[in-house]
Design a binder for this molecule. Structure first.
Ligand code: BG6
Length: 469
């Protein structure tokens, strides 16, 4: 791999920081999401209800443990760390006149600690997080006013941290809005609302906000690199029947309709035709087209957990489970304990698919395996299944880079340290190289333990991928 390849790990503020009211932080959309499980969906409550446990209130307590955690990253040899800033720490209510200095100071400390070890921060401005007040008062991204609040927040942090951060990502997975609108956009669709109209209009506001922030980032420092971040895994046809092929290909287009705007600077004809079919009347203001055109991203980052299968469902055939959304079950693949299908070759196909479409550098900012790990009495965790999963994916990634010549900036393994699952709110769905002693209800010491995969990844980084086999 290139000597500058950014090996690292990823987290999101709301899933790891905890300290949900410390340092004047405001409530965020994730602070009113209860815990869930494989069988029970997480609930969104109206404010905080004492009858429930809210796992993001504690996260994995990165807020207290950040020094120790960054030291662990450094021990593994991380070149970069994908993290996010909690908007509600900086502007507790979203529209406050001045930013919250205590919140800013927390990230000053995090960035200077990263710098101490030469770890490059890759910062997402909104990773499934926004001040709850913006939802209550303005209806979240339904409302165009939220664009200005987001731009002000972004400007505050991009200026404050301009000496520390080169890589910015505007939003995490705007395209998840189609499946779980609360996560990327804080949207709860009311019964009397037209779902499609609401989500695509909200997505438009986010796209305008994203494009404005790209321009701002380039003005603040021409060396800034700004990316979009998309949820994507390639869709396979169920058979070679042309109807199945068509369905798979069109599903790919539908997943990419939103990042297309961030990369190309305009809505594709396919996406506009989709809106027409869905009877969506996009309200664009004068100047929006120009903003989108001038706010193209520098790189495309994405999360890859699985490929999907599309086509006519036959009697007895089942749907796979998956990250937000899933297709039919693929009989050639195995699944993890949460039913997500494991497909390393799909990562190589996905990398090629995205690069052929976008022709700009890519960045894998999420990939990993959620599993139930066992902490033994001697403090060890033998996660050979995780090593095997990652090893296979990284081998395919290497082929995409070295054989197929896909330009790839880096790879950040999702949940490099155990954190709260976004989908289920569980703690026992563990992704990390580092185990955190916390259970699904928040009990535990929050002590950190190195898993076997910790030492394995350290060697991968040390050898710049040569140890993969
Ligand atoms: C990604 C999200 O899509 O999936 C993360 O960006 C999330 O925030 C990850 O944690 C894995 O999903 P889950 O439900 O296993 O946490």
């Amino acid at each position: 791999m290139d000597k500058n390849f950014l090996w690292g790990g990823a987290t999101a503020a709301n899933q790891c920081e905890g300290a949900y009211t410390e340092g004047n932080k405001g409530l965020s959309i994730m602070d009113v999401m209860t815990n869930g499980s494989k069988t029970h969906k997480r609930l969104i409550t109206d404010g905080i209800d004492e009858n429930y446990y809210y796992p993001n209130h504690d996260g994995n307590r990165f807020y207290e443990h950040y020094k120790e955690d960054i030291e662990l990253m450094a021990e593994m040899g991380f070149k970069c760390y994908r993290m996010s800033i909690a908007w509600s720490r900086i502007y507790p209510n979203g529209g406050d006149k001045t930013p919250n200095e205590e919140g800013l100071k927390f990230y000053d400390k995090v960035f200077s600690e990263l710098k101490k070890y030469d770890i490059e921060p890759v910062v997402t401005l909104s990773h499934y997080e926004m001040p709850l007040h913006l939802v209550k008062k303005y209806g979240s991204w339904r409302n165009r006013k939220v664009i200005d609040f987001f731009v002000t927040y972004s400007q505050t942090v991009m200026e404050r941290y301009k000496d520390y951060v080169r890589y910015w990502i505007t939003f995490n997975e705007i395209n998840a809005i189609e499946f779980m609108p609360y996560f990327p956009a804080g949207l709860v669709i009311e019964e009397n609302e037209d779902r499609n109209q609401v989500i695509y209009q909200a997505a438009h506001h986010m796209l305008v906000a994203s494009a404005k922030v790209v321009q701002l980032a380039h003005r603040i420092n021409p060396n800034n690199k700004v990316g979009c971040m998309t949820l994507f895994g390639v869709n396979y046809p169920r058979t070679c029947h042309p109807d199945d092929v068509l369905k798979a290909e069109f599903t790919n287009y539908e997943f990419l309709g939103i990042p297309d705007v961030q990369v190309f600077g305009y809505y594709t004809d396919y996406q506009l035709s989709l809106y027409k079919r869905k009877n969506v009347k996009l309200v664009m203001e004068k100047g929006d087209e120009e903003i989108l055109k001038n706010g193209k991203v520098d790189f495309c980052s994405f999360s890859y957990y699985m490929s999907m299968v599309q086509g006519e469902k036959r009697d007895g055939e089942t749907h796979a489970k998956g990250n937000m959304v899933a297709g039919l079950e693929n009989p050639y693949l195995q699944s993890n304990e949460w039913g997500w299908q494991i497909d390393p070759v799909g990562l190589r196909i996905t990398l090629n698919y995205l690069y052929q479409r976008y022709r700009i550098p890519l960045f894998i900012v999420e990939n990993g395996l959620g599993a139930e790990d066992v902490l033994l009495d001697d403090g060890t965790i033998h996660d050979d299944y995780r090593i095997s999963y990652l090893n296979k994916h990284l081998i395919e990634m290497k082929k995409a880079v070295e054989v197929d010549r896909v330009p790839l900036i880096g790879y950040t393994m999702w949940g490099w340290i155990d954190l709260v699952s976004a989908g289920s709110g569980e703690m026992k769905k563990r992704y990390g190289f580092v185990y955190v002693d916390k259970d699904d209800l928040g009990n535990g010491t929050y002590n950190r333990y190195k898993k076997d995969s910790f030492y394995w990844y350290k060697e991968v980084i040390r050898t710049n991928g040569e140890s993969l086999k």
